[in-house]
Ligand binder design. Structure first.
Ligand SMILES: O=C(O)CCC(=O)C(=O)O
Ligand SMILES: [Fe+2]
Length: 243
């Protein structure tokens, strides 16, 4: 299953009988688990982050609220790369989709000349931009243990540490610049690349059911989700690859 995970980059299964302890145990086989020092975690298993729009006395019980979340790869802004995500549907809303886009295909479909040009480009990532557009998500507090304003650099053309496969690692919602680019050139190139992705790569749209269990390689896929006005709860775990 782990080999298949790296080959495919996205695995979608369903298992309504998964327990929180079982999920943590399963996730540990994939790699070292991320743990944010936040309140919005499972009471017994803090590696399970609650992605939910539920509130109590006006306080969010989960992370990311009810707004749409635009294209990103999880945790791009952490220097300590936790590039694997597991999402489990506890309480789902079939009308709130999560879309996935294959970044390896996005890379393959670039013209060769552009591939060469982009090879030296370095993306700069920070949580700050995401926060500006998603203020209701309360992520500043969420990630207060990290110096979240410190930008993190990642090569735009990513070579996967396990498969050596190349991908166009864009994570647009968390991308604040390209190293040594003017703001104007950065904006131009990043929107051109996002447009390339959306025009040339077929998107997998996931319609959620309870018990859905998704394994996501964030170097191979980016994702987004619709606004979530109806009650919803996902569990999310993030792991660093074992190389
Ligand atoms: O709510 C969703 O469907 C996805 C949320 C998400 O992108 C995340 O938890 O990183
Ligand atoms: Fe995400």
């Amino acid at each position: 299953m782990i080999k298949e995970f790296y080959e495919k980059g996205l695995i979608v299964t369903n298992d309504r009988s998964v327990s929180p302890a079982g999920l943590v145990q399963m996730a540990r086989q994939y790699g070292r688990l991320f743990r944010a020092s936040v309140k919005q975690v499972h009471p017994l298993h803090p590696e399970i982050h609650l992605i939910s729009n539920h509130t109590q006395d006006g306080q969010p019980l989960g992370l990311l609220g009810d707004g749409a979340i635009e294209w990103h790869s999880d945790l791009s802004y952490l220097a300590d790369a936790y590039d694997g995500s597991i999402l489990y549907g506890v309480e789902t809303d079939p009308s709130c989709h999560t879309d996935f886009l294959d970044l390896r295909e996005a890379y393959d479909k670039l013209p060769d000349s552009l591939k060469r040009e982009l090879d030296s480009v370095v993306g700069v990532y920070a949580l700050s931009t995401f926060e500006k557009t998603h203020t209701q998500h309360n992520l500043k507090e969420t990630h207060s243990q990290f110096s979240y304003l410190n930008p993190v650099e990642r090569k735009l053309i990513c070579t996967h540490p396990i498969t050596s496969r190349q991908s166009l690692y864009l994570s647009p919602s968390l991308l604040i610049g390209f190293k040594d680019f003017s703001d104007k050139d950065f904006k131009e190139l990043s929107s051109r690349l996002l447009q390339h992705c959306l025009e040339n790569v077929k998107i997998y749209r996931h319609q959620w059911s309870d018990g859905d269990l998704l394994f996501i390689d964030n170097l191979s896929y980016m994702h987004r989700r619709d606004a979530a006005p109806n009650p919803r709860l996902l569990w999310r775990l993030n792991f660093a690859f074992m190389t």
